[in-house]
Design a protein around this ligand. Structure first.
Ligand SMILES: [Zn+2]
Ligand SMILES: [Zn+2]
Ligand SMILES: [Zn+2]
Length: 256
């Protein structure tokens, strides 16, 4: 079936502009150079599925006019991917059920600990996010589409991205284990971490991700988790036409 993917945020953990930074990208007037923390929204079959709840979720949801949220999938527990969980509150009311959150066990434990006030729920004045944690250890079927975890290495940590239909979203990784490549065949859309040009212990670079593109051969690739080293327009001018930097608010149609 048809699905729409919206890039809610395309920036690295500190966002771009970065607080206090005076560099050309942080001071750029090009709206593509304004990058909130990394997350995507996938809409299909009348439902809305979110990957990660960033500290910018409130601003992202307002910008995109979000009126509905039916499930959240988590890639890992880093602050830039989870801290906006509380801001799903307005979307979690007036629903027949709680919004399900899907995370691997260690990420679920972290969320439970970080947001104890939500899950312990002994706060008697209302106003808590109506969410329910589900731990996953494999594919999840949501509203007729299959979301398959793809294991990636994020520095020393094994975390996940997701494959769904003809698209895959790998937001934070430094390398992709050999067995995960088998899940990345026949893709129309691939999102890859491409922090900057300079090597980083836990993130991929433009050069490393271009090598992955050559191997996987998706129809289109979009880089994400971008830091302030990469000006949007100038960087795109150096990339092959089927590879682009993603940007906040970018929308794509695909088959899920
Ligand atoms: Zn991150
Ligand atoms: Zn900067
Ligand atoms: Zn991370």
């Amino acid at each position: 079936m048809k699905a729409t993917l919206t890039v809610l945020g395309s920036g690295t953990s500190m966002g771009v502009p970065t607080i206090g930074c005076q560099c050309a990208v942080c001071k750029s007037s090009d709206p593509h150079d304004r990058r909130t923390r990394p997350s995507i929204l996938i809409e299909y079959n009348g439902k809305a599925v979110l990957i990660d709840t960033t500290p910018d979720f409130r601003e992202q949801a307002i910008r995109e006019g979000m009126r509905q949220l039916d499930a959240v999938l988590y890639t890992h527990g880093h602050a830039d991917h989870v801290l906006g969980l509380d801001d799903v509150r307005p979307l979690s009311y007036h629903r027949p059920n709680k919004i399900p959150l899907y995370a691997r066990p260690e990420v679920g434990a972290l969320l439970r600990n970080m947001f104890r006030y939500i899950f312990d729920a002994n706060y008697k004045f209302g106003g808590l996010a109506q969410v329910e944690l589900h731990t996953i250890d494999g594919p999840v079927e949501l509203f007729g589409a299959n979301f398959v975890p793809v294991k990636v290495m994020h520095g020393d940590a094994e975390i996940i991205g997701f494959r769904f239909g003809k698209a895959a979203y790998l937001t934070d990784f430094s390398s992709i284990p050999e067995e995960s490549f088998a899940q990345l065949h026949d893709l129309d859309i691939l999102f890859l971490d491409a922090l900057r040009h300079t090597p980083h212990p836990t993130h991929s670079t433009v050069e490393n991700s271009l090598k992955i593109v050559e191997r996987v051969k998706p129809k289109q690739t979009f880089f994400t988790h971008i830091c302030h080293d990469l000006p949007h327009e100038a960087t795109n001018a150096t990339l092959p036409p089927h590879v682009r930097l993603s940007y906040d608010g970018m929308k794509l149609e695909f088959e899920i």
